[in-house]
Design a protein around this ligand. Structure first.
Ligand code: C2E
Ligand code: MG
Ligand code: MG
Length: 755
């Protein structure tokens, strides 16, 4: 096993230690206990040290313990250095102890030497603590500084009470002795560890717990030591030594305990701001007090130290704030174009809608101006053919074109190739919309080619009922969708056919759940062969069994579904249900095909062919059994893309019908380009009162269909006269109330068997 491998085990806190470590630990424990007992039981010589106990036994268990700590460092993958620093601390401590006992006590003025070593040891302890207490989260320098400040201030407060009871306290003399430094450092270290634990919500790992105990034990010992030194009552080899022995043993124990990753969510800001502020206040108070009451110098020194740290902390906080400020900006900026992004725009527009409106009209809240939503088509083509980078370049170029013409109003890129402009002056809304279209009229020069995009604009002006950002954006979106359907140009949202109308808005929301609850159901209307009146197929027509509004017809919700972006899910549900029914019919021996209506928006969805394939495959249906009905205009929105989808569908073997033929004005050239299998003449033509015109419409469509290799279907056949006309003109298929209204799947099957 590699060191790192073992390390991660130890890091996870696996309590099972290898045998040699366990033996070492047991040996250390026995010697430590023996040494501890000796401190109580064995009287030390007058010069303070006993060769066997303080020299041999003490050194032995300390050395074994150091080996354990080094071993822990070796297997620790991430905080090994921390353990090595602890080992160095213990080793230096041992060295200092020996120097103290043998050199100092033999009177060689070694106090300075051992103190020097002890203090050096403390540096290592501090380093180890910093590394080990940040298990699971990097503790910021600011948090460390907070810890230091807290430590200095706490020490100062303590000393203030401890030293100042008597202004001529002899213990003040201790200020000259380094002995006072130890308890102060202990407090400071404790605070550093606590600061490291703060981000972990003060839930230390077992190892850090024991380290806290170690510092507290050393602190108690150091404080008693300091008191004894200043009172000149200190003698070595007393049970006082036990405090340091326990402190050292605790560090060794920590090396045997789990120290797993200890992640906690970030601490609240209040904590991180409150701590330094409170500490600085106390430090200032202390400083003032010691100045006025001429308190102990040491207290002022510590308080000053804390204040100095507070100013460092301030610098760090300022840097943090600046970074946060930059982050705030970046979070509201579009990385690609440098424009505002959706978030920034939403905030700005929300502000405009709430505040500006009230400024202008104190009673009403309709702000002047409007939202201009600019949709740029054909960017996808560039990405598909030239790659993402070219697409990015194009978007940047578009942004650069748009920005100057819409200025001074703020422009944003909302997503993909959709831009939004907040025009805060009513008179300029139309100008901005036109300027945007004009700006993108000329081809955009990319590094490898020049490219012409199609620009559509949706405009929405807030009305009394449309004062939140949500409804304004939706209205602009509806207008943009309409503009896209027309292929180009500017459409202003018309509040009179308000889809933000409460009932429609509600409907859109309810459609979500309706889809989940299977509230969409299908009915089927037969397609009849005129020659022999045989039923050859069915058109699937969707119905919504709305829980409160009753049965809804497609005209009442398909538009809303398109606007709400739910049409894809509606189509999928319709296709699935129709295929289930068709499978049943085929299985029961009915030889039929199924016509399903799809929306123009479905044709823009590149996943449609694969969705159709999946549904057909799921029910084991051959593709030629499915006819997809599209309207003439469906392709118009984005002909290239629409035709691509139609071609892909036909490649699958699916047949294509042009629905409601003759109603919408569309280009004959485009119709010729569309590969179709069926042309469905809209029912309105049969309602034409002028007999000659009626016959002309039917026979012209019939001729056109024949020329294109397609079958003609006459829709809306309501009576025998209609039917007779179709027979006379040689039409192939008919559909209408004359045969039957749309039926349920079962009724349809019965209908077929009867006719
Ligand atoms: P469409 O595809 O032209 O469907 C024919 C519509 O005419 C149906 O109305 C049908 O009930 C009605 N109809 C049939 N025979 C006659 C007749 O003799 N006289 C008259 N006056 N009407 C007749 P429906 O079911 O209300 O559907 C309306 C439109 O909604 C459909 O027109 C189609 O464009 C759309 N639609 C229906 N189902 C779906 C669907 O599943 N998905 C999508 N995207 N659109 C659908
Ligand atoms: Mg249809
Ligand atoms: Mg139709």
């Amino acid at each position: 096993m590699t060191a790192a491998g073992r390390g991660s085990l130890a890091e996870r806190g696996d309590p099972a230690q290898p045998t040699h470590v366990r033996l070492l630990a047991a040996g250390t424990a026995v010697l430590f206990l023996a040494y501890s007992a000796s401190l109580v039981l064995v009287q030390r010589p007058a010069d303070g040290a006993d060769v066997l106990w303080d020299g041999v036994v003490y050194s032995a268990w300390m050395l074994m313990g150091i080996a354990i700590v080094i071993g822990r460092g070796r297997v620790s993958a991430t905080v090994g250095l921390g353990w090595y620093l602890f080992a160095a601390y213990l080793a230096l401590n041992l060295g200092a102890d020996l120097i103290f006992m043998y050199v100092d006590s033999s009177g060689g003025g070694a106090l300075v030497v051992s103190d020097f070593v002890y203090l050096t040891a403390y540096l290592f302890l501090g380093g180890g603590l910093v590394i080990l207490s940040q298990r699971g989260r990097t503790v910021s320098p600011a948090a460390r500084i907070d810890g230091l400040m807290l430590g200095l201030t706490a020490s100062a407060v303590f000393l203030l009470f401890y030293l100042s009871k008597d202004p001529v306290d002899p213990r003040v003399a201790g200020m000259e002795s380094p002995a006072l430094l130890y308890p102060v450092l202990d407090v400071v270290f404790l605070m550093i560890v606590l600061a490291g634990l703060a981000p972990l919500h003060f839930r230390p790992t077992p190892a850090t717990w024991v380290i806290v105990i170690s510092i507290v034990a050393a602190g108690v010992g150091d404080f008693i030591y300091y008191s004894q030194v200043t009172a000149d009552t200190y003698v070595g080899g007393t049970p006082l030594e036990l405090t340091w022995a326990i402190s050292n043993a605790a560090i060794i124990t920590a090396a045997l305990l789990p120290n797993p990753y200890n992640y906690r969510p970030r601490l609240s800001r209040r904590w991180t701001v409150f701590t330094p502020a409170a500490v600085s206040l106390v430090a200032v108070g202390l400083l003032a007090w010691t100045l006025i009451a001429s308190g102990p110098l040491l207290v002022s020194a510590l308080a000053l130290g804390a204040l100095a740290l507070a100013s460092v902390r301030l610098i760090l906080t300022m840097a943090d704030l600046r970074r946060a400020g930059e982050g705030y900006e970046q979070a509201r900026q579009d990385y690609l174009t440098g424009l505002m992004n959706r978030r920034g725009f939403s905030e700005l527009a929300a502000h405009w809608l709430t505040t500006v409106g009230q400024d202008v009209e104190p009673n009403g809240s309709v702000p002047p101006g409007g939202l201009v939503l600019i949709g740029v088509s054909r960017v996808r083509e560039v990405v598909d053919s030239l790659g993402r980078e070219a697409g990015d370049e194009l978007l940047r170029a578009i942004a650069q074109r748009l920005q100057p013409v819409v200025a001074p109003f703020p422009l944003a890129r909302l997503e993909g190739s959709e831009f939004a402009d907040l025009v805060t002056s009513s008179a300029q809304v139309d100008d901005v919309a036109q300027a945007a279209v004009a700006a993108l009229d000329a081809p955009v020069q990319l590094s490898r080619l020049s490219f012409r995009v199609i620009t559509c604009v949706g405009v929405a002006r807030p009305t009394a009922r449309m004062t939140n950002l949500e409804s304004c954006l939706r209205a602009a979106d509806v207008a943009l969708t309409q503009a896209r359907h027309r292929g180009q140009g500017i459409v202003e949202f018309d509040p009179t056919d308000d889809p933000a109308d409460d009932s429609t808005l509600g409907l859109m929301a309810e459609l979500h759940s309706g889809l989940k609850q299977d509230e969409l159901v299908m009915v089927f209307q037969p397609l009849v062969r005129v020659r022999d009146r045989r039923v050859t197929g069915a058109e699937a027509l969707v119905r919504w069994h709305h829980p409160t509004r009753g049965l809804l017809l497609p005209d009442q919700f398909i538009g809303a579904a398109e606007q709400a972006g739910l049409i894809g899910r509606v189509t999928q549900s319709v296709l699935r249900q129709s295929c289930v029914v068709l499978r049943d019919w085929l299985d029961s021996g009915l030889d039929l095909w199924m016509s399903v209506n799809i929306s123009g928006i479905d044709l823009m969805d590149e996943n449609l062919p694969s969705m159709v394939t999946d549904v057909l495959a799921a029910h084991g249906l051959p593709a030629h059994r499915l006819v997809l009905e599209i309207t003439e205009t469906a392709i118009g929105a984005d002909p290239e893309r629409g035709l691509r989808t139609v071609a892909a569908l036909r490649d699958l073997g699916v047949r294509i019908a042009i629905d409601d033929f003759g109603v919408d004005y569309s280009s004959l050239a485009q119709l010729m380009d569309t590969p179709v299998d069926e042309i469905k003449l809209d029912g309105r033509f049969l309602r034409t009162s002028d007999t000659a015109k009626r016959e002309a419409a039917v026979s012209a469509t019939h001729d056109l269909a024949s020329a294109m290799g397609a079958t003609m279907v006459a829709e809306g056949v309501e009576d025998a006269a209609d039917f007779e006309l179709l027979g006379r003109l040689g039409c192939e298929l008919a559909q209408g109330y004359y045969f039957t209204k749309p039926l349920s799947a079962e009724a349809f099957a019965d209908f077929c068997r009867r006719s």
